[in-house]
Design a protein around this ligand. Structure first.
Ligand SMILES: [Zn+2]
Length: 204
């Protein structure tokens, strides 16, 4: 089953996590998970630059370590790097101590402020530990851009149908996802509907 929006239970379980920007204006927050990757990051950056849109890249610590020049490029273009863990662990299958260690280890390579749990899966214990150090960013819409079984056109239509003021959107910075082409079409559609793009105010 594809769940495009987190359930009310998830929002209730993680009250301090960010799902939407606090705004009534037509502002969206774009985020990219799982990069950086030389096969996708440069294309995404190029497209974003064309529209002067700033986003958050939730990078895997392991990929950040492998491609430091891409991390520099992302930040030099005015985007924010977020922490997506070092080993992309599933929180529900990993003991809290090991999980938090993995996140803290990745913070030196990515961010010590913003964290997005891989798969959006996090135990309450992990949440309670990590929220003390990080703003935990989940999302309002995940359009399954990585899911070739769903397909880019459907994914794009779903996303356009679901956007609302403040939506945090997850796309993927991987060559296997549809993101580069997807992004161009999505930005054109969203801008034509008078949406703008903003970043979370994550100061704590
Ligand atoms: Zn991920």
């Amino acid at each position: 089953m594809r769940l495009f929006r987190p359930s009310a239970i998830v929002r209730w379980l993680y009250p301090e996590a960010l799902f939407r920007l606090k705004t009534k204006e037509k502002i969206l927050c774009l985020t990219f998970d799982d990069g950086p990757d030389p096969g996708s990051t440069p294309y995404l950056l190029e497209t974003l630059e064309r529209h002067d849109i700033k986003t958050v890249f939730f990078c895997s610590g392991k990929a950040a370590e492998k491609y430091p020049e891409l991390i520099d490029k992302i930040t030099s273009k005015g985007h924010i790097i977020g922490n997506h863990g070092y080993n992309h662990l599933n929180g529900l299958k990993t003991p809290a101590g090991k999980y938090c260690e993995d996140v803290h280890f990745a913070s030196g390579l990515t961010s010590d402020k913003l964290f997005r749990p891989p798969y959006g899966r996090l135990s309450i214990r992990q949440y309670n530990r990590l929220r003390k150090s990080y703003c935990i960013v989940l999302w309002d819409i995940m359009p399954y851009d990585f899911d070739t079984g769903y397909g880019m056109e459907k994914s794009l239509r779903t996303l356009i149908r679901m956007i609302r003021p403040g939506s945090v959107i997850v796309l993927h910075d991987t060559p296997a996802s549809a993101s580069p082409e997807f992004l161009r079409e999505f930005l054109d559609l969203a801008l034509s509907k008078n949406y703008r793009f903003g970043l979370p105010d994550f100061r704590r």
